[in-house]
Design a binder for this molecule. Structure first.
Ligand code: FNR
Length: 390
């Protein structure tokens, strides 16, 4: 039986046979530094940066590092199955590609490259509303691979409904509604450069190909960049959204709906009571509320509140295979990977994303095995050192 850990053998074998070494580092924590050397200042800072002083981004990492695995021995882990079933679809591993917008700022192929890489490994790509390529083109690039769509609910509900209709038609199976970014957090790294890619019309492909969007611009101004950006800026986020608005989403999406950005158990309960199918425990990688709690610290409370009823996913700070083990041990059904695959994309296009994903999966598989696990059912709080378990 093939295992993700085989990637490790491949690397050593290729080195032995043809003196080949990996084009990118296998240390997923070192990718950010590699990207810093290569990417332009504006794009690098946009991806790597966080809100305010970065306290929450650091806390995300600190919370993952604070937890410690206590490996168990002599458990026959020769055959392992790390698959997980989410909303009726079986995935080879509990990892999704987080919705990340404007991918063309790090590589011209943007989401198309990411979709090809994700599809090759059978991992779902969650495609952002603010993609550099229209959602139909990203779907086509991903072929038969699983894909979910992420919605930033526009103020103009006709545009929202139209985008949802297009996503359904293009074969997106689940919807992720991101709640935490109806306004952009205070991000000094971007502010100091006055760098916001959307204002250069990057990341607006879904809107600019949407008749319901264009209908809101006077015909003689539709070709004018400034008019298009202004129209987008006026509808991108809706700070007036409430729980009642989820009925609109339900009305326009007949598949599973997952709310992203949940940190409080009471909000998770409200998601359940509103008939949602899942939540992503996420603080947007520390990009929104600086000073907010570490996402991993929020996870156990949400799992306790709704874990039996909803699919609880996790993101913010995941970098290594051990991080995936820890998040699953604390009750997440799967994790979303964010910045690391963007660094892979920037450094190596599709091959770079593939490399990052294969490294993560191999390290995850090895960590599970070396900790005495064979399936995801073995990843429970009991695998973590008691004094730092939650
Ligand atoms: C994001 N994220 C995000 N989330 C979302 O729902 N829609 C989006 O368009 C974006 N765009 C985006 C751009 C960039 C550059 C980053 C880094 C992040 C948030 C993303 O889905 C995820 O929550 C975080 O990236 C998780 O944190 P880590 O893993 O990057 O630390």
């Amino acid at each position: 039986m093939a295992h993700f850990s085989d990637f490790q053998n491949d690397i050593y074998l290729r080195g032995r046979l043809s003196d080949e070494v990996p084009a990118l580092t296998t240390d997923l924590l070192a990718l950010e530094a590699a990207a810093r050397q290569t990417l332009g200042r504006g794009p690098f800072t946009y991806v790597a940066g966080a809100a305010g002083g970065g306290a929450t981004a650091r806390a995300n990492r600190e919370a993952l590092e604070r937890r410690r695995i206590v490996p168990r021995m002599l458990r026959d882990v020769g055959e392992r199955d790390l698959s997980v079933t989410l909303f009726g679809a079986t995935l080879p591993a509990p990892v999704l590609l987080a919705p990340v917008g404007v991918q063309s700022i790090v590589h011209p192929d943007g989401e198309l490259a990411t979709a090809r890489a994700a599809s090759g490994l059978g991992l779902p790509m969650v495609v952002s509303t603010v993609s550099s390529y229209p959602l139909e083109e990203v779907a086509a690039a991903g072929g038969d691979g699983p894909r979910w769509f992420q919605l930033y609910c526009p103020k103009d509900r006709d545009v929202a409904a139209a985008l949802l209709g297009r996503a359904r038609k293009a074969g997106y199976s689940a919807l992720v509604v991101t709640l935490d970014t109806f306004m952009m957090g205070w991000r000094p790294g971007d502010l100091d450069r006055a760098y916001l890619p959307f204002l250069r019309l990057e990341g607006l492909a879904d809107y600019l190909t949407e008749p319901a969007f264009l209908a809101g611009i006077a015909p003689e101004q539709r070709a004018d960049d400034f008019a298009r950006v202004a129209h987008w800026a006026g509808m991108f986020g809706d700070p007036t959204l409430t729980w009642d608005d989820l009925a609109f989403v339900r009305e326009h999406w007949d598949g599973p709906v997952v709310l992203k950005g949940i940190q409080h158990p009471d909000d998770a309960r409200r998601a359940r009571d509103a008939g949602m199918d899942g939540v992503v425990v996420s603080n947007h990688g520390g990009r929104q509320v600086d000073g907010a709690t570490a996402s991993l610290d929020a996870l156990p409370g949400v799992v306790e509140a709704v874990g039996a009823d909803l699919t609880v996913l996790f993101d913010s700070g995941v970098r290594t295979g051990a991080d995936v083990v820890k998040a699953l041990a604390l009750g997440a059904r799967a994790v979303l990977l964010g910045r690391p695959y963007m660094y892979g994309l920037g450094l190596g296009g599709q091959a770079g994303v593939e490399h990052v994903l294969k490294c993560l999966l191999a390290e995850f598989d090895l960590t599970v095995a070396l900790s005495g696990g064979r399936t995801l059912a073995d990843l429970t709080p009991a695998l973590l050192a008691p004094h730092v378990r939650d």
